[in-house]
Design a protein around this ligand. Structure first.
Ligand code: SF4
Length: 69
């Protein structure tokens, strides 16, 4: 089931006003702790991929990107 997220449209997980990561965004009146801008998420993703490549863990990159088993 899709959940609406209208106040954080710049979040990496927001697609046309819906959250594509969570199945529940009722945080009891608190802010979503998973919120991250698309730019920040992309930067962190590149950093992690770089670290994994340096360690020779390219299989994890494939798995993370949905190309693994
Ligand atoms: S992770 Fe949180 S802020 Fe981001 S789209 Fe989902 S509910 Fe909204």
């Amino acid at each position: 089931m899709k959940i609406r997220c209208l106040d954080k449209k710049d979040c990496f997980a927001n697609a046309d006003g819906y959250c594509i990561c969570l199945t529940n965004n009722d945080f009891g009146g608190r802010r979503c702790s998973f919120y991250k801008t698309k730019t920040k998420a992309a930067t962190e993703r590149k950093k992690v991929e770089k670290q994994l490549k340096r360690k020779g863990k390219t299989g994890l990159i494939d798995m993370y990107n949905g190309r693994g088993q």
